[in-house]
Design a protein. Structure first.
Length: 309
């Protein structure tokens, strides 16, 4: 299938977003030879306000809001997102039409002083992150460390680390790989040490629900395995009403026709956490996620209601 005009691909303007969108465009064109494309850069609130945590300015939906408005206004045909930035519930009329094969979901550890991991940091060292998930897991293992706010794109955060605003920070390994900067990582954290964010490492393409011709162009690059894994992870998130104000981590893994899901829910200071593990058929991925989320909510009980809403 082809279009009578270029496919307009919406993206944020950060170096990471542009690199990711270029990858997606190349895959779409490879699957649809002769298709012309146009990359449309859309400025988002999350890119403009960098001095406050997302939890204070409206949540991770600020990474996607303007792109979704551009879809509704027919200014773009598709929008490329890091799926970890996509809110649990989409606006009516929009769908995630395609999820690409997931890259490495783990977090990378960066430090300016030669430390190769958290064990090498002295007491009181500053770990820069605005991710409640990362901060809670750091404090869960090293309550003697200090969490300091650190926002901005990957390049900005690395510059702030070099400038001495913090002693160490964490970045998604997949993002560093897409930028060709994997070598800046001092180490890669195991999922046992730092369980990833829901959908970390996965890219998704959002479009209007009724644009069947556009959706058909995307199907050849969709990854069924990643889509199933994210059904479980996002099912857990939905059950917990998860947002960037709630420290939640989850990772689903698939082996043949079986799916395993690990999830964690934290207090922001890392002083308490609740864990869940579920396994079942890949055909029940979303249900496994919802059941895991419900189990975490029951386990946390009133503590969750008081501190995590």
């Amino acid at each position: 299938m082809s279009l009578s005009r270029p496919l307009r691909i919406g993206t944020r303007g950060s170096p990471m977003a542009l690199a990711q969108t270029g990858m997606v465009r190349d895959r779409i064109v490879a699957a649809n030879p002769g298709l012309e494309t146009e990359i449309v850069v859309v400025s988002t609130v999350a890119d403009r306000i960098l001095d406050r945590p997302l939890s204070e300015i409206g949540g991770k939906g600020l990474f996607t809001k303007e792109l979704e408005q551009a879809l509704f206004a027919n200014e773009v045909d598709v929008a490329v997102h890091s799926m970890k930035d996509v809110e649990t519930w989409l606006p009516d009329g929009l769908v995630i039409a395609c999820i690409l094969e997931r890259d490495d979901p783990r977090d990378a550890f960066l430090a300016a002083n030669g430390a190769n991991g958290f064990a090498d940091l002295p007491a009181g060292a500053r770990v820069g992150t605005s991710s409640l998930r990362r901060g809670a897991q750091v404090l869960m293992r090293r309550p003697d460390l200090r969490i300091v706010p650190l926002r901005g794109n990957a390049n900005t955060r690395m510059r702030k680390l070099e400038a001495g605003e913090c002693d160490a920070t964490l970045l998604a390994l997949a993002g560093l790989q897409r930028l060709g900067m994997e070598d800046v990582a001092r180490s890669v954290l195991s999922v046992e040490d730092m369980l990833p964010a829901v959908a970390q490492g996965a890219l998704g393409i959002e479009t209007r629900a009724g644009d069947d011709d556009i959706r058909a162009l995307l199907q050849p690059i969709a990854c069924a395995k990643t889509t199933t894994a994210l059904d479980a992870e996002r099912g857990l998130l939905a059950e917990l009403d998860g947002s960037c104000r709630t420290p939640i981590a989850a990772l689903a893994r698939i082996d043949g026709d079986r799916l395993s899901l690990d999830g964690l829910l934290f207090l922001r200071d890392g002083s308490r956490h609740w864990a869940v593990s579920r396994e079942g058929s890949v055909s029940d991925a979303a249900a496994i996620g919802r059941e895991a989320g419900a189990e975490l909510k029951r386990a946390a009980g009133e503590t969750y209601a008081r501190h995590l809403q």
